[in-house]
Design a protein around this ligand. Structure first.
Ligand SMILES: Nc1nc2c(ncn2[C@@H]2O[C@H](COP(=O)(O)OP(=O)(O)O)[C@@H](O)[C@H]2O)c(=O)[nH]1
Ligand SMILES: [Mg+2]
Length: 286
């Protein structure tokens, strides 16, 4: 069996676990057509996948991936020619990537998994921190009637860096020893696409508009990434919060009522829209 490894990366809260949950539902339930299909459970521990897929079906937000507890998740799939492929993704807590940016450091286990051939980079399309100008911030604070003393210095922290700066750095680190394995394929997944659609931009145009540094980095081709950009709504809308006491959302209720849960999923790319989350994986492994 050809063992293909695909890594899921992204800052904390970028939609990684939700994607894995929806993918596992799609593959095991087979309620819609997919490019890659379920093959066998052999050598796979599906406990974590089954748990997150159950939460996904219930339209409940995923618990935060336990810090330090990265899980190696494997799926035995087969492609259109019925050739078996094994896809391994680490569901690594986003804190690991944050640490790479902030502390310029990473654990040896994370280093090993980061050498996978295919990269799925998640970006929460509704949680992009834009670059901001000090002069604008000051003007805004003054307009709101807040006191801004002259000459006051605010300490800087790497976490305050705009999303696009952190992401380009992450991609550059993947082309730098010890993580470099030569040019790779990159599928950029703009998650929570249901939140971004109101802007009426195609996924690549969205990146150009909201993350221009990343768009230039990719277009310039300096690190040789072969990339595709997808808008993905793995939930189809907002789910119920983790807090059980909180009220159930009508939107989540409507999603639970769908006959075929997989039809919640929407994948938007250059081609026609689909429910098939395996399409980016199939492309990464071509
Ligand atoms: N509206 C909407 N929210 C989403 C979608 N996918 C993920 N989210 C939300 O984004 C947040 C982060 O998702 P999660 O999968 O836990 O991110 P992770 O930390 O990268 O594993 C959670 O509040 C999710 O409910 C989506 O398709 N639509
Ligand atoms: Mg997670």
């Amino acid at each position: 069996m050809s063992d293909q490894s695909v890594i899921i990366i992204g800052l904390p809260e970028s939609g990684k676990t939700t994607f894995l949950a929806a993918l596992w539902h799609l593959i095991t339930d087979r309620d819609v057509e997919t490019k890659l299909r379920f093959h066998t459970l052999k050598d796979g521990d599906a406990t974590h996948l089954n748990e997150i897929a159950a939460r996904w079906r219930d339209a409940k937000i995923q618990d935060r991936t336990a810090v330090g507890g990265s899980r190696l998740v494997s799926m035995n799939l087969k492609d259109a020619q019925n050739s078996p492929v094994r896809v391994t993704f680490p569901d690594v807590p986003g804190e690991a990537y944050r640490r790479m940016w902030e502390d310029r450091d990473c654990e040896p286990e994370i280093r090993d998994v980061l050498r996978a051939e295919g990269v799925l980079l998640f970006i929460h399309s509704d949680a992009i921190a834009p670059p901001r100008w000090v002069v604008d911030e000051v003007a805004q604070s003054r307009a709101l009637g807040l006191e801004v003393p002259d000459g006051q210095q605010a300490p800087w922290h790497p976490r305050l860096a705009p999303t696009q700066v952190q992401l380009v750095d992450l991609l550059q680190l993947l082309r730098t020893p010890p993580l470099d394995v030569g040019p790779r394929k990159l599928a950029i997944m703009l998650s929570a696409w249901d939140k971004a659609e109101g802007e009426e931009l195609a996924p690549f145009a969205y990146v150009e508009a909201k993350l221009p540094l990343l768009a230039q980095y990719l277009r310039g081709g300096a690190d040789g990434w072969r990339f595709r950009i997808y808008g993905v709504s793995a939930q189809g809308g907002d789910y119920d919060p983790v807090d059980l006491a909180a009220a159930r959302r009508p939107e989540a209720e409507a999603l639970r009522r769908l006959d075929r849960p997989s039809t919640r999923i929407r994948l938007v790319s250059a081609g026609p829209e689909s429910h098939d989350l395996t399409e980016p994986l199939a492309w990464l492994m071509e």
